[in-house]
Design a protein around this ligand. Structure first.
Ligand SMILES: C[S@@+](CC[C@H](N)C(=O)[O-])C[C@H]1O[C@@H](n2cnc3c(N)ncnc32)[C@H](O)[C@@H]1O
Length: 305
């Protein structure tokens, strides 16, 4: 194809880099196009699969938001091992001093739940996946854990002072979740959202993301609006470092939803590339512990009184 020749040019490493960049851009566009086709009900998974040279199952497993959201169960152990916790100053900011009853929504394996319980709060964790709930119960013994979702919360009206959502808001359907969260909160209660985002001030982190983006470019909105009966959003950003072993870093990669749902061969190739980076990068090779810098992005809003 003429366009491919233009991108590759005279070849070499420059050609390879340009080609990689274009492939990543095309992947992003393909995902957007599929989301549009699905949300407007213009094509079935069967048709999308055909257009992409895949089976219906392959296409829906790869691109369906629901399939990705439920994929965590397959990698609950890697999730618990590799994913970072949250800095204390972020939790201080997300949960108001006067709050006693706190709902951790989309609680996963309990990374945030553990910190909330450690503060002596009365915590309820809601999580839709059984595999994640099992880990949560083991990691945070005695905490109340319920099967449920952001769109259907198994709690009574005005039953909690604060709701926190760690690394999970992007999986929710805001049109259903926002009124449902408003229902379980007391008037004036707080909704707090948090994401850990890798900070690219370390060259090796940029390099790691380049490897990951060769396979996908999953963009998550980490500064969302909330709307509904909530007041204006406030934001906080905290920089901190997570020290982890090589095995934990591999688990961190393996616990990403888009990695879990990748075809087996692609996933093996990606994991090999990350191992290679760990073995060869000057800042990483031979190191027993790695220091991953994070930006923790927080958003909070108060329900109308
Ligand atoms: C990336 S994990 C975050 C887990 C945990 N909050 C943490 O900080 O480690 C996302 C979690 O959201 C859950 N989830 C996905 N869709 C959800 C929904 N609609 N309602 C509630 N939880 C959901 C997933 O099952 C998964 O456990």
């Amino acid at each position: 194809m003429k366009i491919v020749d233009e991108i590759v040019g005279t070849g070499g490493l420059g050609g390879l880099a340009r080609m990689t960049e274009v492939i990543a851009e095309l992947e992003t566009r393909r995902t957007e196009l599929i989301e549009q086709l699905r949300s407007q009900r213009l094509a079935s998974w069967e048709e999308i699969g055909q257009a992409c040279g895949m089976t219906r199952q392959g296409a829906s497993r790869r691109w369906s938001k629901q399939a990705q959201a439920t994929s965590f169960g397959d990698a609950a152990a890697a999730y618990q091992s590799g994913r970072p916790s949250y800095p204390a100053s972020a939790v201080d900011w997300l949960v108001p001093d006067e709050a006693r009853r706190v709902l951790d929504l989309g609680a996963g394996t309990g990374k945030l739940t553990q910190l909330l319980v450690g503060r002596g709060l009365e915590v309820t964790a809601v999580e839709p996946l059984a595999e994640m709930r099992e880990r949560l119960v083991a990691a945070v013994p005695g905490v109340a854990v319920l099967d449920g979702s952001a769109e259907l919360i198994p709690l009574g009206d005005a039953s909690v002072d604060a709701v926190v959502v760690a690394q999970a808001w992007h999986w929710f359907e805001p049109a259903l979740a926002v009124p449902e969260i408003a229902r379980v909160l007391v008037p004036g209660g707080t909704l707090g959202l948090v994401w850990n985002v890798r900070d690219h001030s370390e060259p090796w982190v940029t390099e790691l993301d380049r490897v990951l983006h060769r396979h996908t470019r999953q963009e998550i909105e980490t500064r969302p609006e909330i709307g509904g009966s909530f007041g204006p959003v406030e934001r906080l950003e905290v920089r901190w470092e997570h020290v982890l072993t090589r095995a934990e870093l591999l688990d961190l990669v393996a616990s990403r939803s888009y990695v879990i749902t990748m075809p087996k061969d692609d996933r093996a190739e990606l994991m090999n590339q990350v191992s290679e980076l760990l073995d060869t990068h000057l800042d990483l090779r031979g190191r027993k512990k790695l220091t991953m810098p994070y930006l923790t992005r927080c958003t909070r809003a108060q329900l109308a009184r």
